[in-house]
Design a protein around this ligand. Structure first.
Ligand code: PGA
Length: 259
């Protein structure tokens, strides 16, 4: 795959102090700086964004937020807009299953992705089937429908700033990472479904990554897959040593030209 791979660290609602956030950033910088093959982006909670931004100045590690709102400003208590984030971050995640579980709809995910791209951000859109849908053999159907809905406001020109993350809900935070063959088939389907919407050429340019219980024990089995342009890492990104190891391993796989 000619696309530059990306390794994204989704910190979720962690850590609880600025000091720990700073330690975590400093703990991964050596590994990140030692390579230029993989794009690294970290996604702290909103409250740590400015502090982390300072620590990342002059490094090759990029900053992102975990969510955004689609209106640029106004009476929306508790929300943070894509337009505001664009002044601070390069990236934003939209449609994470933990937000969908709290009531976020396909339509809202589409609006967030559209607003974020319009604001100039790079966007990770998360899709993935839940356990029940997986067991019923409906993964392909569910994921294709989510891709179609979430990309309603995406244009072909946005493809280089778009990453589609395949995150099976049953694999997130459970230690039950997806079988690489299943991940491969679903990631191929995501690229095809995206290509049907914005053109197959643009579909080749966007990146498709895997997320769900990725750690240093299993990351190679994903980044070696031909359709896989990187990983979205939750729990394992909260340990600097573990995430550093994952950076080194990912860089080694892509540098070896295996994919
Ligand atoms: P996990 O989370 O790596 O802890 O499973 C992944 C994610 O939710 O992005």
């Amino acid at each position: 795959m000619a696309n530059k791979p990306v390794l994204a660290a989704n910190w979720k609602m962690n850590p609880i102090s600025a000091k720990e956030a700073g330690d975590l950033v400093n703990g991964i910088l050596d590994a990140a700086k030692a390579q230029d093959r993989v794009q690294i982006a970290i996604f702290p909670p909103y409250i740590w964004l400015l502090g982390v931004l300072e620590l990342l100045a002059g490094t090759n590690v990029e900053l992102g937020a975990q969510n955004c709102f689609w209106k640029s400003s106004g009476a929306y208590t508790g929300e943070v807009s894509a337009a505001m984030l664009a002044g601070i971050c390069k990236w934003v995640i939209v449609g994470h299953s933990e937000r969908r579980e709290m009531g976020e709809t396909d339509d809202q995910v589409a609006k967030k992705a559209g607003a974020a791209l319009a604001a100039g951000l790079h966007v990770i859109i998360c899709v993935g089937e839940n356990q029940e849908q997986h067991t019923a053999g409906k993964a392909a159907e569910v994921v294709a429908a989510q891709v179609k809905a979430a990309m309603a406001e995406v244009a072909a020109d946005d493809s280089e700033r778009l990453v589609m993350a395949y995150e099976p809900v049953w694999a997130i935070g459970t230690g039950k990472n997806a079988d690489p063959e299943h991940a491969y088939r679903t990631m191929r389907l995501i690229r095809k479904a995206a290509g049907n919407l914005i053109g197959q050429k643009a579909g080749q340019r966007l990146r498709v990554i895997y997320g769900g219980s990725v750690n240093s024990q299993n990351i190679e089995t994903y980044v070696e897959l031909p359709e896989c342009d990187g990983c979205l890492v939750g729990g394992a990104s909260l340990k600097a040593d573990e995430f550093s190891k994952m950076i080194n391993m990912t860089a080694a796989v892509y540098s070896a030209g295996a994919v």
